[in-house]
Design a protein around this ligand. Structure first.
Ligand SMILES: Nc1nc2c(c(=O)[nH]1)N[C@@H](CN(C=O)c1ccc(C(=O)N[C@@H](CCC(=O)O)C(=O)O)cc1)CN2
Ligand SMILES: [Mg+2]
Length: 293
C-alpha cells in the first residue's frame, strides 16, 4: 500500500509556481494577485482562507482578504463582487463557501466575472470544463488529478466510483475522470444519497473518490483488494484530548480500508493541501491570461 502524500505534492506544486512567479517578476511581469471574500466565522472556512493567504505569500503572490461579519447582506456582497470584477490590480478572486443561509450562493457565484473566477464555480467555467474548452478547473478535482498523475496511477479503462454529487467535488470529478485524457478514460459511476445498494458499486471499483462529508462512511467490506482510494472528507469531530477540541475525519475508515488498497490518501495531509496549491495555479493562469486571452 502506498500513501498518497498530498502535503508533499502540494509543496512540490507550490515550489514550481514560486519559480514561475520569480521568472515572471524578473521579466517585468505583473505580480499575480488573489483576493478572497470570507463571510462569517465558520471555523473551517477561517482556517482555509488564512491558509490560502499564507500560501500566496509563500509563492510570491499578492493577496487581499475581505472578511465580513455574517450579518453582511446579499446586496452588499454583490456590490463587493462588482468592485473586484472591475479592479484591474486583482487577477482572480474567490468567495469562500459555505455562505450564510440568508445569501443565495448561486446568485453570488454567477456575479463573479468568469475571467476572474479562479475557483471555477461560475456556470460559464463549468460549461467550458464539460465541453473540454480552456477553463479554470475547480481546485479539489484538479488536485486529485495531480495526485493520480504524479504517482503515475493507471486510470485508462478503470472503473471509477465517485461518491457524492456536489458542484465543488463529486459532479466535476465524475466528468473529469471520464474524459479522453490522462488521468481519465475511466468508466465512471456517480453514487449519491439516493443510490440503492451503494456497496454493490464500490465493491466493483478500481478507483473510489469519496466526497460525501460523512466520517468513516467507506468501510473495508465495501472495497475490493488493490483499490485506489481518494478521501475528500474533512469533517471536524469533537476530541477533548486535543488542544483544538476537534479531530479531522475523512469519509473513509482509514485503519480498516488502507490494508486492502494499492494507494490511499490520508486525512489530513491528502487531498486538502492540493486544493490550495491548485487555487494558486489557477491564479497564476489568470495573471498570465492563459484561460481567457
Ligand atoms: N470557495 C471555495 N470554498 C470551498 C472550497 C473551495 O475550493 N473554494 N473547498 C472547500 C474548503 N477548502 C477550500 O476552500 C479546503 C478544505 C480543506 C483544506 C485542507 O488543507 N485541509 C487539510 C486540513 C486542514 C485543517 O487543519 O483543517 C487536510 O485535509 O490536510 C484546504 C482547503 C469548501 N469550501
Ligand atoms: Mg445559502
Amino acid at each position: 500500500m502506498t500513501l498518497l502524500d498530498g502535503k508533499k505534492t502540494s509543496e512540490a506544486i507550490q515550489n514550481e509556481i514560486a519559480a514561475e512567479v520569480a521568472e515572471l517578476k524578473a521579466n517585468g511581469g505583473k505580480t499575480p494577485h488573489l483576493a478572497a471574500i470570507l463571510v462569517g466565522n465558520d471555523g473551517g472556512s477561517v482556517t482555509y482562507v488564512n491558509n490560502k493567504v499564507l500560501a500566496c505569500e509563500r509563492v510570491g503572490f499578492e493577496s487581499s482578504l475581505f472578511h465580513y461579519e455574517d450579518t453582511l447582506s446579499e446586496e452588499e456582497l454583490l456590490l463587493k463582487i462588482k468592485e473586484l470584477n472591475l479592479d484591474e490590480e486583482i487577477d482572480g478572486f474567490i468567495v469562500q463557501l459555505p455562505l450564510p443561509k440568508h445569501i443565495d450562493a448561486e446568485k453570488v457565484l454567477e456575479a463573479i466575472d468568469p475571467v476572474k473566477d479562479v475557483d471555477g464555480f461560475h456556470p460559464i467555467n463549468v460549461g467550458r470544463m464539460v465541453a473540454g474548452l480552456p477553463a479554470y478547473l475547480p481546485a479539489t478535482p484538479a488536485g486529485i488529478l495531480q495526485l493520480l498523475e504524479r504517482y503515475e496511477i493507471e486510470t485508462s479503462g478503470k472503473h471509477c466510483v465517485v461518491i457524492g454529487r456536489s458542484n465543488i467535488v463529486g459532479s466535476p470529478m465524475s466528468i473529469l475522470m471520464a474524459k479522453s485524457a490522462y488521468p481519465g478514460n475511466c468508466t465512471v459511476t456517480l453514487c449519491h444519497s439516493r443510490t440503492k445498494d451503494l456497496p454493490s458499486f464500490t465493491r466493483q471499483a478500481d478507483i473510489i473518490i469519496a466526497a460525501i462529508g460523512k466520517p468513516e462512511f467507506v468501510t473495508a467490506d465495501m472495497v475490493k483488494e488493490g483499490v485506489v482510494v481518494i478521501d475528500v472528507g474533512t469533517t471536524r469531530v469533537p476530541d477533548a484530548s486535543r488542544k483544538s477540541g476537534f479531530r479531522l475525519k475523512g469519509d473513509v475508515n482509514f485503519d480498516e480500508v488502507a490494508p486492502k488498497c494499492s494507494f490511499i490518501t490520508p486525512v489530513p495531509g491528502g487531498v486538502g493541501p492540493l486544493t490550495i496549491a491548485m487555487l494558486l495555479k489557477n491564479t497564476l493562469k489568470a495573471a498570465k491570461k492563459e484561460v481567457y486571452a
